[in-house]
Write a protein that binds this ligand. Structure first.
Ligand code: ADP
Ligand code: MG
Length: 717
């Protein structure tokens, strides 16, 4: 029987050497087909030696002094002792001496003039010494052996001194087994790999063909070869994402149309009069940028970034009121109910004497109320719809939605943005009607993300917040000092100041939890019986009914409460200018960006704010996080430090973006490559915006397959 020809879609179970027992182990690692196997790339490479040349130390050499081993042999073991006197020794040569131990005995390793080895050798490190051994004064000795460090239980095997791939493996499936499986199919599979990258781009950028890249990734003859292959694969990932972003941007601009909301001096003046303060120069500039966008029939797609407390809400109000001025609807999407409720309260106050109709949409509302509100929304009897993601739900219809604002964008994903746009779009003749979209974030977006996930957005920035702010002082104290903190707080509350006290848990923890965390109720009771007795305290967390939360926030705002003991539900957006003190218990448990947000709840009025982080530096990272907050109040700097501390793997927003993660590309390290890919993608889209040319069919298919859903590209082509 002739063997089935191999295909990329062939099941790994049909490959020689992979039986029904090992197949599930492959599948577990995401390898179901030959194509998956080819895409399962090595993490790194190691140089290994021929197993057959490895000896036990006691078998190396005959016992007589001066006896030599037969040729080059290898011993595998652990460094038991190390002597590396600094500087040159007698005869001007530096000398390093180590004792290598295996199960059978010991060999002395001596290196002359190899000072760089000092960094590689430590007592306890494992490795392979390769050279000629001899007896010297009864000791076994190797002079200037070749040293190859080995992982804990890494076994050197097969091929000699070649670069060997080290694959992501599992307990059941070793890297070696994966290597064997790849080796068995690589040569027949590589010719089957279709390169979707348009040839002119590949040429212009001097990139390897795709199949060749995979071959070299799995079986490089040098590190440089592997690097070149990696470069090509990283380019592919970046190019594909950029192509998606560019296409979406182009598509939106040309196929969707928005209601043009022309700004006039009269409207501008009327809106400004409604605001409780004069806009700062930065706010004014951003409003002008927005007004210009709103005046077009191309839908606005703008990102507003500005630190916590910089005054983004007023800008949002400006955009929404522009819609209302034209008799169109606007929606404001907030990440939490509390924030949505606050926006409603503020807008109602601002618009009290106007006929603008405001409606709150949250998951917490009663079904009947909700149904009635939805009806009003669909009938156009609501001008400003404020809500949480409940506004994204199926069954929410607007009559003529013209402006959408998404507050604290980092809490939403790109996909959600797409959903909202889709929900609010209507088809009208040739073009889809889409609202103008403004997304706001207090978390400055790193350059890399600005180019990728948010690559389709125009960006406005508020750099300077409203004047008259006193900066917030941040202190970090250990848990033992908590009592002192509250004793310091009590007289302040008595003098009319207001405080937030944040704890990590809502409910008391069971007695079996290893660390007792402060919870809202227990902490509140402890404080009101102890250091804050006689002061008016209330609890706040996400599980309270909306009405109760409203009531608590209202009392706090009016000064009928002195302090709120809360979870991080108050983290985002909550604005009570009279609050001056923020105390965070177990601060080490919160992220840097989160703590910065919490701190942003105070120092919003004319009174100076204080933020006290009560926390223990349980890890090095926690220590750096807490210290970073003490060191700076600048949100852009905080975001940078956050990146430095957490590393690129956790890029703000990338995780929530809903985009498939890169396998090869590294957004931090490959920034230059990203720029090239962006340029190439932009040129390609400019020349063939719907990707209809025959030579672009492969890349189009690949794009829709990879990013179609995440980027909402379903309608492309
Ligand atoms: P964020 O950018 O964090 O959303 P907010 O919009 O909540 O900031 O504004 C923070 C505080 O600054 C609020 O109390 C707001 O009323 C006040 N504020 C905003 N703009 C101005 C301004 N131009 N003049 C005075 N106060 C302002
Ligand atoms: Mg805000």
């Amino acid at each position: 029987m002739a063997e089935e020809p191999i295909r990329l879609s062939s099941d790994v179970g049909t490959l020689p050497g992979i039986g029904p027992r090992s197949r599930p182990h492959f599948v577990h690692l995401g390898i179901a087909t030959v194509g998956d196997l080819i895409k399962h790339l090595p993490l790194r490479y190691a140089r290994h030696l021929d197993e057959s040349s490895i000896r036990d130390a006691d078998q190396l050499v005959p016992m007589q002094d001066g006896a030599k081993s037969q040729g080059v042999i290898a011993v595998r073991g652990e460094i038991a002792a190390l002597r590396a006197p600094p500087g040159p020794q007698r005869g001007g040569r530096s000398r390093i001496e180590a004792t290598l131990e295996d199960d059978s005995g010991r060999v002395r390793l001596v290196w002359f003039n190899a000072p760089w080895l000092k960094q590689k050798l430590h007592p306890g490190s494992r490795g392979l010494a390769q050279g000629e051994a001899k007896r010297f004064h009864g000791y076994l000795e190797m002079i200037n052996p070749k040293w190859t460090p080995l992982e804990e239980d890494e076994a050197p095997s097969a091929v000699t001194a070649a670069l060997r791939p080290v694959y992501p493996a599992s307990e059941d499936l070793s890297s070696q087994k994966i290597e064997k499986a790849v080796a068995a199919i690589l040569d027949s599979a590589v010719p089957l790999i279709v390169d979707a990258l348009p040839e002119p781009i590949r040429h212009a950028r001097g990139l390897l063909p795709l199949g060749e890249s995979y071959r070299r990734m799995h079986r490089p003859s040098s590190e440089a070869e592997a690097k070149e292959a990696r470069h090509r694969l990283a380019y592919d990932e970046l190019f594909l994402l950029q192509l998606g972003v560019m296409l979406k941007r182009w598509h939106l601009r040309t196929t969707a149309s928005a209601t043009a909301l022309a700004m006039s001096a009269t409207i501008d003046e009327r809106i400004r009069r409604r605001l409780p303060f004069t806009l700062t120069p930065d706010q004014s500039r951003v409003c002008a940028e927005i007004a210009k966008d709103l005046g077009q029939t191309t839908p606005m797609n703008r990102l507003l970034q500005g630190d916590v407390g910089s005054g983004k809400t007023a800008v949002a109000a400006y955009a929404m009121l522009t819609a209302a001025a034209h008799g169109a609807q606007a929606a404001l999407l907030a990440p939490t109910e509390i924030l949505a409720e606050q926006h409603v309260t503020n807008l109602r106050a601002m618009l009290a004497s106007s006929d603008v109709r405001i409606e709150l949409f949250t998951g917490g509302r009663k079904t009947k109320e909700r149904a009635a509100a939805l009806e009003r929304l669909a009938a156009g009897e609501v001008d400003l719809a404020i809500g949480t993601h409940a506004l994204l739900a199926e069954g929410v219809h607007f009559k003529n939605l013209a402006v959408v604002v998404i507050d604290e964008q980092h809490r939403f994903g790109v996909a959600q943005r797409a959903v909202l746009r889709e929900r609010s779009s209507r088809r009208e003749g040739e073009k889809a009607q889409s609202p103008h979209v403004l997304v706001m974030t207090a978390t400055p977006i790193p350059r890399t993300l600005a180019l990728t996930v948010f690559g389709d957005l125009d960006v406005s920035t508020i750099r300077h917040g409203p004047p008259g702010r006193s900066p917030v002082t941040t202190k970090w104290v250990p848990p033992q000092a908590a009592g002192e903190v509250y004793r310091w707080l009590a007289p302040k509350l008595a003098a009319g100041e207001r405080a937030f006290i944040v704890v990590p848990a809502i409910d008391p923890q069971g007695p079996d939890t290893e660390m007792v965390l402060a919870d809202v109720q227990t902490h509140l009771e402890m404080l009101s019986r102890g250091p804050l007795a006689g002061h008016r305290l209330a609890a706040m967390h996400g599980r309270l009914p909306a009405a109760e939360r409203d009531e608590v926030m209202g009392r706090f705002r009016r000064g009928e409460l002195d302090a709120i003991v809360a979870t991080t539900v108050i983290e985002v957006g909550v604005d009570v200018p009279e609050a001056t003190v923020m105390i965070v218990e177990h601060a080490e448990r919160f992220g840097l960006a989160q703590l910065h947000q919490l701190r942003g709840r105070v120092g919003r009025g004319s009174q100076p704010g204080t933020c006290i982080l009560i926390g223990e530096a349980v890890t090095d990272e926690a220590q750096r996080r807490l210290q970073a907050l003490v060191d700076t109040t600048d949100g852009f700097r905080v975001a940078e430090m956050d990146l430095e501390i957490r590393g690129p793997g956790e890029l703000v927003g990338a995780r929530q973006s809903g985009l498939p993660p890169f396998r090869v590309a590294d957004l931090m390290a490959d920034l230059d490559l990203l720029r090239l890919a962006r340029q190439d993608a932009s040129e390609l889209v400019a020349g063939d915006p719907a990707l209809t040319r025959p030579e672009h069919q492969l890349i189009r298919k690949k794009l829709l397959h990879s990013y179609g859903e995440a980027l909402g590209l379903a309608d492309v082509g």
